[in-house]
Design a protein around this ligand. Structure first.
Ligand code: F0G
Length: 461
């Protein structure tokens, strides 16, 4: 169907697959690796052997695109108001973009993080808050693109395995499109808010007695046996939507790019999506460089960190993951090769951070009046570490990608402030900082005297 607009390429053996011929699991039939969307018409006209071919180049004109994308901000059309479809020239993956399933995702804010910048001595520190998307996470930007594909292909059912956010997002977009959704979740390992969203938006929500990696295993079998469309991030059309956050960042920087972008790493698709976005912009002449892209993982769910540390020629080693940042509690990340490639191509780093470092960074972001979910806070914790190691200089501009809204996991916040989040071992060495950041919830008698006593004490403090 869309042969003219795009094709898929295997990241392992390089095989080219036409959109109509893709397997249900979105993997290469020859080598089993993941696929990536590419747009042959963007390349300078070349034969397969690299010989220049006659005829005009069909790459979009950068100046015209920048103008058009800006103009669309004034439009009343739903697809123009979407921060994903506003950039539709760079993701021509559906035949009828005007029918895209959209909830006005994208166009998320880029905030200055003044307090943290001051503390770290950084000149420019920003947070790109993808938690400000309609269902509260960056997943919406990829869901609008991939689910619109599924809708165009006339699927009734979509499905995903999830640590929570993908399921919330998929359920919402499926309902908007009049489709049905099936979600597989690790029982007891996702936040209530995310589960409640999936239920509210009408998904068939199955909690399985396993972890995220186990849910992925089961779902892979389900999609082979039932007519459902797979919406996990192995689906390369998800990444096409997610890459638009890179376009928004470049636009905010007036088509310059920041020196450094720091992204949380779970299943490792988002870091690759952002890398793809930045690399494509440079290739098309929209920008002249790419930021370093660094990925931060939780210590208890750090397979990419260990893989890059050892570099012993072996593939990534799956692990039993454990972290309170449940969104990234993933031990066998599907997109690790894509993420490792982006880190290498952009000169970025991979870091790991402890549970206490995550909790403290989350409290810092909260105190900026911004807030985020624990998995997003790994970015600030990672930045602190990278600066201590001298890998990021004070005069560099840094953007942290905040992936989820603070209300996604309010139990975590309450536990932190009540002092029940971390064990003694986990908080060792951080007690002073933790007690400075904790806020007590006060229960008072209902009198102005009692409240004023508290206020006075707070003013004195
Ligand atoms: N941050 C949040 C808030 C997430 O929900 C996820 C992934 C990530 C970061 C990591 O992104 O997987 O692309 O490296 N959540 C998935 C889910 C796995 O099911 O909601 P990644």
């Amino acid at each position: 169907m869309h042969e003219a607009s795009h094709q898929l390429r295997c990241i392992g053996c390089g095989a080219v697959i036409l959109p109509g011929a893709v397997e249900k699991n979105f993997r290469c039939v020859d080598c089993g690796e993941l696929l990536e969307v590419e747009y042959p018409s963007w390349s300078a006209n070349q034969s397969a052997t690299g010989t220049p071919l006659p005829g005009p180049r069909r790459m979009p004109n950068p100046g015209a695109l920048r103008w058009l994308w800006q103009e669309r901000l004034q439009s009343r059309l739903a697809i123009d108001r979407s921060g994903v479809w506003r950039f539709r020239e760079l993701l021509p993956i559906v035949e009828h973009p005007e029918k895209a399933v959209t909830l006005r995702e994208g166009n998320t804010p880029l905030y200055l993080l003044l307090k943290s910048a001051k503390e770290l001595g950084l000149d420019q520190l920003y947070a790109k808050h993808q938690g400000m998307n309609p269902t509260g996470s960056f997943k919406d930007t990829g869901m609008t693109s991939a689910l619109s594909q599924a809708h165009e292909l006339d699927f009734d059912w979509v499905a995903c395995a999830s640590t929570g956010n993908t399921s919330a997002s998929m359920a919402a977009y499926a309902s908007r499109a009049g489709m049905n959704s099936l979600v597989l979740l690790p029982e007891g390992k996702i936040s209530w808010s995310k589960l409640s969203q999936a239920l509210d938006y009408g998904a068939v929500a199955c909690q399985l007695n396993t972890d995220f990696d186990g849910c992925v295993r089961v779902l892979t079998e389900v999609v082979q046996r039932a007519p459902v469309y797979l919406l996990n991030s192995v689906n390369p059309y998800r990444l096409e939507g997610q890459k638009t956050a890179a376009f928004e960042i470049a636009e905010e920087f007036d088509w310059q790019v920041p020196d450094h972008l720091i992204v949380p790493g779970g299943n490792l698709a988002n870091s690759s999506a952002l890398g793809k976005g930045f690399l494509e912009m440079m290739h098309l002449g929209l920008t002249s460089k790419v930021p370093r892209i660094s990925v931060v993982q939780a210590e208890g769910a750090n397979p990419l960190y260990l893989y890059l540390l050892h570099q012993d020629g072996r593939d990534i080693q799956p692990m039993q993951a454990d972290t309170r940042a449940t969104a990234i509690r993933i031990g066998n990340p599907a997109s690790w090769r894509k993420a490792a490639r982006v880190i290498q191509e952009t000169g970025g780093y991979c870091e790991q951070v402890s549970e206490a470092e995550i909790a403290l960074a989350k409290a810092d972001i909260g105190q900026e009046g911004i807030g985020c979910e624990p998995a997003s806070a790994v970015t600030l914790a990672g930045l602190k570490k990278l600066m201590r190691q001298g890998k990021i200089r004070r005069d560099e501009s840094v953007v942290l990608l905040l992936t989820g809204h603070t209300l996604k996991d309010s139990e975590y916040v309450i536990d932190f402030h009540q002092g029940t989040l971390l064990s003694r071992e986990e908080s060792a060495g951080h007690q002073r900082e933790i007690s400075e950041k904790r806020r007590a919830t006060l229960s008072l008698e209902a009198s102005s005297d009692a409240v004023l006593r508290v206020l006075e004490a707070a003013i004195q403090a």
